[in-house]
Design a protein around this ligand. Structure first.
Ligand SMILES: [Zn+2]
Length: 298
């Protein structure tokens, strides 16, 4: 039996392999979630510096060095190697095995014993479990590969937006183009629905943003949100956009209200919309049609 036949014949094997792969990737996503926003901040500092140099021929003193909150370059996804943020202890490969290392180290740095956030193993576990679910739901084939890419992108976007209120173009835009490309052959929806979905996703939030801004002078959301909804429209077509918007508002108000009630979070602090769009988009990808049916029965 070839490998493909084996994976087709034993779904449990496929789910298991994808689960382990998801755990490993989750470990990499921890790096992406932590570093990509800082890389962007460094880039913006550099642009501000270059602009001053060009406009006035000199760089004002505070712009001369990157802010202390940012790491010193070179800083990217590969460099420097992972270190304990507290003591600088270089993390060895056996301290970096998804979930297992964190449990073995009892959630503390091996050198300085300062606690390591449980967020890291939780993101690894969540990536593993969600990936396994996608494999179980879709079975072996190209749609599975692309559904995994969508899932992984949404995990990174959710966490980065949650931390920094930022949906990096580096993830949203390739996701949008990829969604259009895979639907050229109608993998998930016919191409016309995908194209209209991408445009309608972007333009609907864009219009709301400008109406809101002209009416109140405030910014209710960011351009990243438009790009993300455009990307979701490209993957799933325009029909599910209504479901995504309603669902994200629902998820958003439930989580927002519980954060204010349970955690005592200040009502004035804005909450990023991206995580709700991403979560609603992922749910709509698998259950969009069922939800749409329920919606129309109302
Ligand atoms: Zn340490």
């Amino acid at each position: 039996m070839s490998m493909i036949q084996t994976l087709n014949a034993y779904p449990a094997l496929l789910v298991g392999i994808v689960f382990v792969f998801g755990l490993l990737l989750g470990s990499f996503f921890n790096v992406v979630i932590y570093r990509l926003p800082l890389m962007l901040h460094l880039e913006w500092w550099q642009s501000a510096r270059d602009f001053c140099e060009e406009a006035w021929g000199k760089v004002p003193a505070p712009l001369d060095q990157p802010p202390e909150s940012l790491p010193a370059p070179p800083f990217n996804l590969a460099k420097p190697n992972s270190r304990c943020p507290h003591c600088g202890h270089a993390i060895q490969w056996y301290e970096n095995i998804p979930i297992a290392s964190w449990l073995w180290l009892r959630g503390k740095c091996r050198a300085c014993r300062v606690p390591i956030s449980a967020r890291y193993p939780l993101i690894e576990l969540a990536t593993g479990l969600l990936s396994a679910f996608v494999a179980w739901k879709m079975g072996f084939g190209w749609p599975l590969a692309f559904a995994l890419i969508l899932t992984w992108s949404l995990i990174c976007l959710t966490m980065i937006d949650f931390d920094y209120k930022l949906l990096p173009d580096q993830i949203t835009l390739p996701l949008l183009w990829l969604g259009l490309l895979i639907n050229v052959q109608g993998m998930f929806v016919p191409l016309d629905e995908a194209v209209i979905g991408a445009a309608a996703g972007y333009l609907s939030l864009w219009s709301i943003y400008w109406l809101f801004k002209l009416a109140t002078g405030k910014e209710g959301m960011g351009y990243g949100d438009f790009k993300l909804l455009g990307a979701l429209g490209a993957w799933m077509g325009w029909k599910v956009l209504v479901v995504i918007i309603l669902l994200s508002s629902l998820v958003g108000s439930i989580i927002g209200v519980s954060m204010i009630l349970i955690l005592g979070r200040d009502k004035q602090i804005p909450i990023a919309f991206g995580p709700y769009l991403a979560i609603a988009g992922w749910i709509a990808f698998f259950w969009g049609e069922a939800l749409m049916g329920m919606l129309f029965r109302f």
